[in-house]
Structure formats: structure tokens, C-alpha cells
Design a protein around this ligand. Structure first.
Ligand code: 5AD
Ligand code: SF4
Length: 470
């Protein structure tokens, strides 16, 4: 049984990374059994869950979205903030009860599985967990499950060293229209508050030929949209090539003819003019950028190890707004970082007032075990953090409302993806600049890119009507 080790995880071993192909032949040991997956956290985890589903169905397991029907229950976990942990541990309590009346197998995958403290807690307190599989060795999941089923013994397999880049892992995609495509795994930025460089390992790019071929296959299958995924997509290629970067990749992916190309998440430090120019010049690269700010204070940015100043962020932001037509930009902001004073917080508000973001995900700082910020003295009380969060959200919501209002009465293109959650007589989809629209129109629009006239705007969504252009 291997357990992860944070100190080992901090060491980077570039020469350990191997590029391999998935070649598991485990027959059909899952035949007649069903499984359920619950996903926590970011888009990367959403896509990993599609791989979990792909691998399990490839050996005969059936996927169910009803947990009560499942023989195997897998939690694909997130470690980014303390409340993500709490949710998973809370749910393990529910599963303990379920296990008393039913013979089920419970497994943990994802970022929590890479944390030493979590593994120790599971080993000691959560006997209901039958297997753990870390993010670095997800491609070995089936062997772990098979071993557990054959021996009935608990399996914990988590690697401290960097994972390989494994191509051709089976994927069962959630959507037939819009697909996630990994381009870079891990992160080498080591922002001081962030656990990702430890749980997801070293920055490692996929070969660009493999990415472009995957997109070509998706086009053949009728996919309309791809979202290129990475913790820091702008670092794409740095670990592999001298002269091939995200700008080159965007251009090659755009050339496949896929109707929409998106990418998340961007890091201002690695975002070059060349990248802005390619986004601006291609109609099928969507004008939506998620550009985390984190703080508007240079002092706090430095403590966070973000590698840019407020002024540099604003310069990049303005260049994006100027060059990319009808763009929308969203951001992430943390309040209450150790050392953040009221003046620092006002600097953050100042940047928000200057940028007038289309939206922002806002968080109160939460110390993550073994990260550098966890060793800094917390200077902002929980009450103060909540107060700053509240004040920030008021400003953020004002601007997202304003940005939405600007779209009133315009006619925009939407990729219709499903029935609307709010009203089953409507469908819903996303505009090019990533606004959610609930659309009056027939079910037959699902899977198509159509013209929609915006008839009403809310804080977090728009209403619209399908327009037939003669
Ligand atoms: N505390 C609060 N927010 C955090 N984030 C990452 N780590 C922490 C933390 N320790 C936020 C950042 C990041 C987003 C995904 O989560 O804003 O961009
Ligand atoms: Fe975390 Fe910073 Fe890497 Fe983003 S860039 S994943 S915030 S370390």
C-alpha cells in the first residue's frame, strides 16, 4: 500500500514523465454490475469523471445516475478549499449507512486522494472506503477495482511522483455537442495558497498532434464545441517545445474547422500578445476569457506568488478588451489572504471597478495543509473575511448585471445544449461570450447553433427567443 507524501510531491522530476498509451485488457469483469460517479470541483474533474465512466464501461460495467442502483460508488473529489473536503467527508457518512444495508463498494478518486492528511484520515476513520486512486495514476483505476473485487481487501494506490501522460484513455462524454479536451496537466506556478501543484503534480503538456487529432475525431462525430483544459493553459508547451505554445495550438485547433473553441483557465503571467491576437483574429475561437485576478493589491499578489502586478494585469485586461470583439471576461478573487488590510482590499475593489468583469467567483481564503500560505499568520478574522466577501459580491453583481443588460435586444448565436433547468418548456444554451440563455424555442434546437434574440436579462442568466433568419 502506497501513501502520498507532500514533501516528495513538491520535488519536480521532469525526466520521470513518460508518454504512454492506455492498453489495459481486463476482459469484462464488470459485466452485470453498475456504478455511479459523483463529481466535485472544477472542469478538470468533470472530464476525469468522463474518463472514469469510459474506463469502467469498457470492461462491462453499466453507468447509472441513480446512486441507489449502484454496486460501485465513486467520489471524484476536490481539495481546493476546506468546504470541498467537508462535503466529501459528510457524504462518506451517508455511504456508511448505505453500506450497512447493502453490499456496495465505495471508492475515492481526485485531488483529495493525493493528500497525505486525507489518506491518513481515511485509513484510520473511514473504514467504509474500499479503494483510493490518486490523480497521477487514474489510468490504473480498473486494476485497483479488480484487485479489490477479487481479494475484498482495501486498495490504496496513490503516487507521489509525477504522473505520466497517458493517451487513448477511454472516455464516456456527458455531452454529444460540447467536449472537454485536456491540453496540459498539473501546474508549476505554486501560488502560495494553492494545493493544485501538489495534488495534480508537475506541469506536463500533451503532444500537440494528439490534441489536434482528438479534436478532428470530435468534429467527425458531430461535436460543435471543444474546451481546451488545463490549470494554466497559457503555459501550454513550455515543458515540451521551444517554439510551439498556446497561440500555435489555438491556431491549429481552430484550423480543424470545429465551430467553437474555448479554453480554461488562463494565467495572466503566461498570457502573451500573440495569444490575444490569435483569439481576436479567429471567428471560431470564442471571445470569452476567464482571467483570475486573485487580488488587486501588489503587496498581496506578491505574498500569493502571482508574478504580476495590478498594473500588468490591467494592461493585459485592456488589451484583451480592445482587441477581442464583444469579449466577456470573468475572474477569481480571494479575500482575507494573510496580511490583507482594508487598504489592500480597497485596491481589489478598485481593479473590479476598473475592469467591470462580466462575472467573478469570489472566495474567502482557506488555509490548505502544507501550502506556504498555511504557514503565514492569519490576520483577517472570519467575520472580516465574510464582510469583505459580501462587499465584493455587491460590486461584482452590479457589474455582471450591467454586462448582461448590454445584451438586451441583441441577436446572438447560442449553442443549445439541453432543456432548460428552470422551465422544461424551454431550451438553454451558451452565447459565444459564455452567457447562459433560457430560450423560447422547440426541443429540436438542442445540438444546434442558432440565432437568439435576448428579451430579458437577470444577474446570472438571460432570456431569449429563437429567431429564424430568412
Ligand atoms: N483559499 C481560497 N480560495 C482558493 N482558491 C484556490 N485556493 C484557495 C484557497 N486556499 C481559489 C482561487 C482559484 C480558484 C479555483 O479557487 O481563486 O483561482
Ligand atoms: Fe493554483 Fe496558481 Fe496553479 Fe492556478 S496557477 S492551479 S492558482 S498554483
Amino acid at each position: 500500500m502506497k501513501t502520498p507524501n507532500m514533501i516528495n510531491a513538491k520535488n519536480r522530476h521532469q525526466n520521470q514523465i513518460k508518454y504512454t498509451k492506455y492498453n489495459k485488457d481486463l476482459g469484462d469483469f464488470g459485466k452485470g454490475k453498475t456504478f455511479f460517479v459523483r463529481t466535485y470541483g472544477c472542469q478538470m474533474n468533470e472530464h476525469d469523471s468522463e474518463k472514469i465512466k469510459g474506463m469502467l464501461t469498457s470492461v462491462g460495467f453499466n453507468y447509472t445516475d441513480d446512486i441507489n442502483d449502484a454496486d460501485i460508488i465513486i467520489l471524484n473529489t476536490c481539495a481546493i478549499r476546506e468546504n470541498a473536503h467537508d462535503k466529501v467527508f459528510g457524504f462518506l457518512g451517508v455511504l456508511k449507512h448505505m453500506k450497512q444495508s447493502k453490499n456496495i463498494i465505495v471508492g475515492i478518486c481526485g485531488c483529495m486522494a493525493q493528500e497525505e492528511v486525507v489518506i491518513n484520515e481515511i485509513l484510520n476513520k473511514y473504514k467504509q472506503v474500499d479503494f483510493v486512486c490518486g490523480t497521477h495514476n487514474l489510468d490504473n483505476l480498473l486494476s485497483i477495482i479488480k484487485e479489490q473485487m477479487d481479494t475484498k481487501k482495501r486498495q490504496i494506490e496513490v503516487l507521489s511522483y509525477e504522473g505520466d501522460v497517458v493517451e487513448d484513455v477511454p472516455v464516456l462524454r456527458d455531452s454529444p455537442y460540447s467536449a472537454w479536451v485536456d491540453i496540459i496537466y498539473g501546474c508549476d506556478k505554486f501560488c502560495t495558497y494553492c494545493i493544485v501543484p501538489y495534488t495534480r503534480g508537475m506541469q506536463r503538456s500533451r503532444h500537440h498532434e494528439d490534441i489536434v487529432n482528438e479534436v478532428k475525431e470530435l468534429v467527425k462525430k458531430g461535436y460543435k464545441e471543444v474546451t481546451l483544459l488545463g490549470q494554466n493553459v497559457n503555459a501550454y508547451g513550455k515543458d515540451l517545445y521551444e517554439d510551439y505554445n498556446l497561440a500555435n495550438l489555438l491556431s491549429d485547433v481552430s484550423d480543424t474547422g470545429i465551430e467553437r473553441v474555448r479554453f480554461v483557465t488562463s494565467h495572466p503571467w503566461d498570457f502573451t500578445d500573440e495569444m490575444v491576437d490569435i483569439i481576436a483574429s479567429r471567428d471560431n475561437i470564442m471571445p470569452y476569457i476567464h482571467l483570475p485576478l486573485q487580488s488587486g493589491s501588489n503587496k498581496v499578489l506578491k505574498l500569493m506568488n502571482r508574478r504580476y502586478t495590478k498594473e500588468e494585469y490591467l494592461k493585459l485586461y485592456e488589451s484583451i478588451r480592445k482587441k477581442v470583439k464583444n469579449s466577456s471576461v470573468t475572474t477569481d478573487i480571494i479575500v482575507g489572504f494573510p496580511g490583507e488590510t482594508e487598504e489592500d482590499f480597497m485596491e481589489t475593489l478598485d481593479v473590479v471597478n476598473k475592469c467591470k468583469f462580466d462575472g467573478a467567483f469570489t472566495f474567502a481564503f482557506s488555509a490548505r495543509e502544507n501550502t506556504p500560505a498555511a504557514l503565514m499568520k492569519e490576520t483577517v478574522s472570519e467575520e472580516e473575511k465574510m464582510d469583505r466577501l459580501h462587499r465584493l459580491n455587491e460590486v461584482v453583481n452590479k457589474y455582471s448585471n450591467e454586462a448582461n443588460k448590454k445584451m438586451m435586444n441583441t441577436t446572438v448565436k447560442c449553442l443549445v445544449t439541453s432543456l432548460s433547468d428552470k422551465d422544461k418548456n424551454k431550451v438553454c444554451g451558451y452565447t459565444e461570450n459564455m452567457k447562459l440563455v433560457n430560450i423560447k424555442g422547440p426541443k429540436s434546437l438542442i445540438g444546434k447553433i442558432v440565432d437568439v434574440k435576448i428579451t430579458d436579462t437577470k444577474s446570472f442568466s438571460l432570456d431569449g427567443e429563437y429567431v429564424i433568419i430568412e
